[in-house]
Structure formats: structure tokens, C-alpha cells
Design a protein around this ligand. Structure first.
Ligand SMILES: Cc1cc2nc3c(=O)[nH]c(=O)nc-3n(C[C@H](O)[C@H](O)[C@H](O)COP(=O)(O)O)c2cc1C
Length: 350
């Protein structure tokens, strides 16, 4: 039984995570897998809502990959969610050999799915493509995919610009973003964890400057000149503005449960997009920076209030948890790697 279970863990590891560092470690059971939080994730308190939500979004995607792969391998699957805080596991997946399991086409896209940060082009999504994307998300309870169009799209672009700019304006957010980039590597090298710089698709003449901006001592005085707004324009507004489609995933559930549902839906949307050869990039900031954090220099109260009010007028009564842009594009210069699957097991099981 160990080797199919290891394959299922491997499918989970191929799921996306905000900074390409998974927050789980797997325990292989007799007929299932228990997912424990890493020590760092377990230590987060309920006040660390921002980082908990990012982790649970990713775990929704991880579990969906595991479920899809297990079904493809001929198992009936049962998924049980636990809290993932303190000494509790995040989730457990139980599998049982099944006679007649019909696997989901989405499973085939697990190894191919990737983030694409290039600029996108048209043509716009066809009604058939949109219908297939909607159908991929529809089975996930507690979430809704909203295609941002017209006035809602214009309003969302403003929120995206403000939120992406804040990532370069506030010291803790600046640290969070730059510490997840592997500047120890060249622009052509891949990485097994965190983000290889080449995956960011930054224009070659801009690369030396961007690398220097990892120093807060330089970034801070530049914010007085409004440079964070220019970076937010390039990192958020521009790629979202020129993308043929912008989607918003929301949930009416309590926020952590909602994050699991949205993470599941995000992965299904992304796998379906891969099958349709459509490019996708998550742009999480405008949705998640609304959430409280324990950062001394995190998103300002003013920005959080602006985001909350803006999204409420677009999707009343729900919590926004993810924005994605979609379109057509060449393959990315680099697809981020993963650690060998054994490294995602509990230390005692390696
Ligand atoms: C919760 C979450 C938030 C993310 N936020 C962003 C984002 O704001 N910008 C971005 O370019 N990628 C974002 N990503 C994509 C990850 O950086 C990416 O999945 C990870 O580096 C692994 O690369 P891959 O998707 O190519 O496998 C996010 C992914 C997740 C799951």
C-alpha cells in the first residue's frame, strides 16, 4: 500500500502554495494519509489570520489533488478536515480499493498545472471555455466564482493596484514577498522550494533594480517618491488589466472554512484551465490583505477598510479569498520545482 499512498502525497505536493513552501507534512497510515501542520504553521494563532488563510487556501488545493489522484488510482476516498492548529492534524484522507470508480479528467492535469506570470493575450474566453471552467468549480460547496466584467472589473483593478502596491510599501509585507524569492539563484535556475526569480517574468533590464529592492533600506526611501505605486502597477494592475478574463473566488462560510473551499475551487479551476491550455496567475493580495495579521507593519487599516468596502459592493455577504487572471500566453520561462516527495513526509517516516 505504501507506494500508491506516496504517489498521492506526491500529487498533493504538486499543488500550489503562496510561496511554494507547503504547510503540511504527511503521515502514511495503513489505509490513508494524515496531514500534520509544519511546526511554523502550527505555531500561528487565530490572530495570524492572514497566514492561516493563505495556508488553508493551499491545503484546499493539496487535498483536492490528493483526492483526484487517489480516485484515478482506483480508490474510494473520504476526506476529513481537522483544525491544523496546535497539536491537531490539518486533515486526514482515508482510501479503500473500489470496484467501479470513474476518475475525473482533471486528475490528468495535475503534473502540468503551473503559474504563468507572462503578459496574456486574447482572444477572450469562448462561451464553451467559460462553461467548462464554471462546471469545474460548481461541485465545490461553499464557494462561488464571479467573472469580473464592466464596472466591477474596473473597480477590482483599482483594488488590485492598491493591494499590490501595499506589498512594497509596508515593511512586513515587503519582507514576506522578497524572502520567498530565491535571489541566491540565477535568473535561469529552478528551485525545489520558494520562488525561482526566473518564474517572476521580470523584463531583463529591470532585473538588477528589482533584486536591489529586496533591501528595505533602499525600498523605504523610494516609497516616499511613490515607487511602490509603480511596482504595484507592474505587478498587479497591468497584468490584470490586459488579461482577457479576471475571476474572483468568494465564500459565504467562516473565513478558514471558506479558504479550504476556495482553495479546492481554485485548484479545480486551474486544472481545467490547464486542460484548455489557458494560462492562469493568482493575484491574492487584494483579497487576502483584508484579513487581520500579527504584523507590526502589515496592511494598513485604511487599505483593509478600502478592500472590505470595495469587495462588499461587488460580492455582498461573502468573503473574497482569491483573484485570478486568465488568458492565452506562451509557456512560462520556468515552472517552479518541488522537493522530493519524501521531504513532505513526517521526519520519522522518511
Ligand atoms: C494561496 C495562494 C496565493 C498565491 N498568491 C499569488 C500571488 O499573489 N501572485 C502570484 O504570482 N502567485 C501567487 N500564487 C502562486 C504561487 O506562487 C505558486 O503556486 C507557487 O509558487 C508554485 O508554483 P506553481 O503554481 O507554478 O506550481 C499563489 C498561490 C496560492 C496557493
Amino acid at each position: 500500500m505504501k507506494s500508491p499512498l506516496l504517489e498521492i502525497v506526491g500529487a498533493g505536493a504538486l499543488a500550489p502554495s503562496a510561496d511554494n513552501e507547503h504547510v503540511f507534512r504527511a503521515e502514511i497510515l495503513e489505509a490513508g494519509i494524515r496531514l500534520w501542520p509544519t511546526a511554523e504553521f502550527a505555531a500561528l494563532t487565530t490572530e495570524d489570520r492572514l497566514r492561516r488563510v493563505l495556508g488553508m487556501l493551499s491545503m484546499g488545493a493539496v487535498l483536492e489533488n490528493m483526492r483526484l489522484r487517489a480516485v484515478e488510482l482506483g480508490f474510494a476516498v473520504q476526506v476529513k478536515w481537522l483544525s491544523g492548529s496546535g497539536s491537531e492534524p490539518i486533515a486526514q484522507i482515508n482510501v479503500q480499493r473500489a470496484e467501479s470508480q470513474t476518475s475525473d479528467d482533471l486528475a490528468a492535469a495535475i503534473p502540468a498545472r503551473h503559474s504563468n506570470r507572462r503578459m496574456y493575450h486574447g482572444p477572450v474566453l469562448t462561451p464553451h471555455e467559460t462553461a467548462q471552467l464554471n462546471a469545474a468549480v460548481a461541485p465545490v460547496a461553499g464557494t462561488q466564482l464571479i467573472w469580473l466584467q464592466g464596472a466591477a472589473r474596473r473597480q477590482a483593478l483599482g483594488l488590485i493596484w492598491q493591494a499590490e502596491s501595499e506589498r512594497f510599501l509596508r515593511q512586513d509585507l515587503h519582507h514576506e514577498i522578497f524572502s520567498s524569492i530565491r535571489f541566491d539563484l540565477s535568473w535561469t535556475a529552478n528551485a525545489q522550494w520558494s520562488l525561482p526569480p526566473g518564474a517572476l517574468e521580470i523584463e531583463p533590464p529591470m532585473r538588477p533594480m528589482f533584486k536591489l529592492l529586496r533591501h528595505w533600506g533602499l525600498m523605504r526611501p523610494l516609497t516616499w517618491l511613490g515607487v511602490h505605486r509603480l511596482l504595484g502597477l507592474r505587478a498587479g494592475w497591468m497584468p490584470a488589466w490586459q488579461a482577457p478574463a479576471l475571476g474572483l473566488l468568494v465564500s459565504p462560510l467562516p473565513v478558514e472554512e471558506g479558504a479550504v473551499a476556495v482553495g479546492t475551487a481554485l485548484e479545480r479551476l486551474w486544472l481545467q484551465a490547464s486542460l484548455l491550455e489557458l494560462a492562469l496567475q493568482p493575484l491574492a493580495a487584494s483579497a487576502v490583505l483584508m484579513q487581520p495579521s500579527t504584523y507590526a507593519h502589515g496592511a494598513s487599516d485604511a487599505l483593509r477598510a478600502t478592500l472590505a468596502a470595495g469587495w462588499q459592493s461587488i460580492a455582498p455577504g461573502t468573503t473574497p479569498l482569491m483573484v485570478v487572471r486568465m488568458g492565452r500566453a506562451a509557456m512560462p520561462s520556468l515552472r517552479s520545482g518541488r522537493r522530493p516527495v519524501e521531504e513532505y513526509l513526517l521526519p520519522a517516516q522518511k
